[in-house]
Design a protein around this ligand. Structure first.
Ligand code: SF4
Length: 421
C-alpha cells in the first residue's frame, strides 16, 4: 500500500512535478475520502471539518464554506456548481488550477455532491477560455464517476462570474445578477437548489478532507489559516499565479514574483473592484484581518503592482471605462453612473480641470454607491475612492498643472476587449 504524506508547501501545486493526469494525482494525493453514508453522518463530518479549518471561500465574497453547506444541507440533491468563470481580467488562477490540479477541484466537487446526495456537477467556464476548458475536459475524460460532470460555457463578462448572475444564466440563459451577495443566499437551477463554489475553494476542500483541519491550519495565521492562490501582475519581473501562505507581506509576494521591474508606486489588491494601497504598503501582511484593517480584501486573489513612474489617474480611468462597459445595463447606477464616473476621471486625467469638476466626481461617487442590484458599481466606487485617497498628491498635481508626463504611457492593467452583449 502506498503511503501518502501530506504536502507541506506548496499544497495545491504539490503535484506540479508529476503532472495533472489522474494517475499522477492519485499517486501524489491518494483516493478522495467519501462522505456518503446513509444516515448523513458523513455530511455532519464534512461540515465539522469545514468549520474546524475554517475554509473561507476563495471567490471574493469571503463566505465560510461551512455556512454555505449548512444553508443547503436540508435541500434535496442540490446541483453543485464549480465557478471557474475568471471574470477578473487580472486573474489567471482558473487556468493555473486547470493545468496543474484539475483533479483536486473535481474531488472537492464530488465530495460535496456525495455528501449531499447530488447527482449533477456543472463546471462553469467562460466561453472564450479554451485552456481552462481543455484542462477540465481532459480531467473529466480520465475518470469514471457515477455523478454527472458537465462543462457549461456562460458568456465571458466580468459580471457573469458573480454567483447570482451565473446561476441565473444556468437556469434561464440570462446572466443578470439578482441579488447582492453578502451572506449565503438560496439560488436555484430549475427546481433544485444550487451550491456554488469557486474552483479554488473546492481544491482546498479536497486536501482538507484528506489531511485534516490540523494540517490545514499548520500554515497561515490564526484568523487566515492555510494557503491561497494570488495572481500577481503589473510591474513585476515574473507575473503569474502563486500559491501563497497567508500572513506573509506584500513585499515578500513581489519578491516571489521576481521583484519589481522599477520602483514601487502602489498596488491594487482584490481585483478591479478592489482597493489601492500606497507606496508604504510593502510591509502589509496579506491575510484577511490585515487587509481589512487597510480597508482592502483579497477578493479572488489578485494583486496588480503599479510602477512608481506611472499615472494612477490614467490607470484607474481605463479600468473604470472598462468596468462601465461590463455592466449588464439593468440598473441606473451602471447605465448612467459608471459612464459618468469614467468621463469625470478622463477629464481630470487628460485636461486642465477645475475644483468643480473634481467635486462632480465626488458627487457622482455618492450617487452610485450602494444603489445597484448587485455589487458591481460598489466595486467601482471603492476602486476610485481608494485611488483618490492613496494617490491624492497625484490628483492634486493634475488639478494644479494638468496632465502629467505619464498619462499616455502604456497601461499596466490587463484590459481585454469588452464584448458586446
Ligand atoms: S448594478 Fe449593474 S451590473 Fe449589477 S445588476 Fe445592476 S446593471 Fe447589472
Amino acid at each position: 500500500m502506498t503511503t501518502i504524506t501530506a504536502p507541506t508547501f506548496p499544497r495545491l501545486f504539490a503535484g506540479i512535478d508529476v503532472g495533472p493526469s489522474y494517475r499522477a494525482h492519485l499517486n501524489r494525493f491518494g483516493d478522495r475520502p467519501t462522505f456518503n453514508d446513509r444516515k448523513a453522518e458523513g455530511l455532519r463530518t464534512l461540515h465539522q471539518l469545514l468549520d474546524d479549518a475554517p475554509l473561507i471561500g476563495r471567490g471574493g465574497g469571503g463566505i465560510a464554506a461551512s455556512l454555505k453547506l449548512a444553508f443547503l444541507s436540508t435541500s434535496t440533491k442540490p446541483v453543485i456548481v464549480v465557478n471557474a468563470m475568471e471574470g477578473e481580467p487580472a486573474s489567471s488562477k482558473g487556468v493555473a488550477l486547470a493545468m496543474v490540479a484539475p483533479h483536486l477541484v473535481l474531488d472537492g466537487a464530488l465530495m460535496l455532491a456525495e455528501a449531499l446526495k447530488s447527482s449533477q456537477i456543472i463546471i462553469a467556464i467562460a466561453d472564450d477560455d479554451t485552456r481552462t476548458t481543455q484542462g477540465f475536459q481532459r480531467a473529466i475524460g480520465e475518470r469514471r464517476e457515477s455523478i454527472s460532470m458537465e462543462i457549461s460555457h456562460p458568456p465571458a463578462h466580468y459580471v457573469t462570474g458573480e454567483e447570482s448572475a451565473l446561476v441565473h444564466w444556468l437556469d434561464e440563459g440570462s446572466a443578470l445578477p439578482t441579488f447582492r451577495p453578502i451572506k449565503p443566499s438560496f439560488v436555484k437551477i430549475g427546481r433544485r437548489a444550487a451550491l456554488v463554489h469557486n474552483l479554488e475553494t473546492l481544491a482546498h476542500l479536497a486536501l482538507l478532507a484528506r489531511f485534516g483541519a490540523g494540517w490545514y491550519r499548520s500554515r497561515g495565521t490564526s484568523s487566515s489559516p492555510g494557503t491561497t492562490l494570488i495572481t500577481v501582475s503589473g510591474a513585476v519581473q515574473s507575473p503569474s499565479t502563486y500559491e501563497w501562505t497567508f500572513g506573509r507581506t506584500l513585499g515578500e509576494l513581489i519578491e516571489q514574483a521576481g521583484g519589481l521591474v522599477e520602483g514601487f508606486g502602489g498596488a491594487l489588491i482584490g481585483g478591479y473592484g478592489g482597493t489601492w494601497v500606497g507606496g508604504n504598503a510593502l510591509s502589509l501582511p496579506i491575510d484577511h484581518a490585515s487587509l481589512r484593517s487597510a480597508g482592502a480584501t483579497l477578493g479572488p486573489g489578485i494583486v496588480v503592482v503599479l510602477p512608481k513612474a506611472s499615472c494612477p489617474v490614467a490607470e484607474v480611468t481605463r479600468v473604470v471605462e472598462w468596468m462601465a462597459n461590463e455592466s449588464v445595463g439593468q440598473c441606473g447606477p451602471c447605465v448612467y453612473g459608471l459612464p459618468a464616473l469614467a468621463k469625470d476621471l478622463r477629464t481630470l486625467g487628460w485636461s486642465r480641470s477645475t475644483r468643480n469638476q473634481f467635486d462632480r466626481l465626488l458627487h457622482h461617487l455618492t450617487e452610485v454607491d450602494g444603489r445597484g442590484a448587485c455589487r458591481h458599481p460598489d466595486g467601482v466606487v471603492r476602486l476610485i475612492r481608494s485611488c483618490l485617497s492613496v494617490f491624492s498628491a497625484h490628483f492634486d498635481e493634475h488639478l494644479r498643472s494638468g496632465p502629467c508626463a505619464a498619462v499616455n504611457a502604456p497601461t499596466v492593467m490587463v484590459l481585454p476587449k469588452n464584448r458586446r452583449r
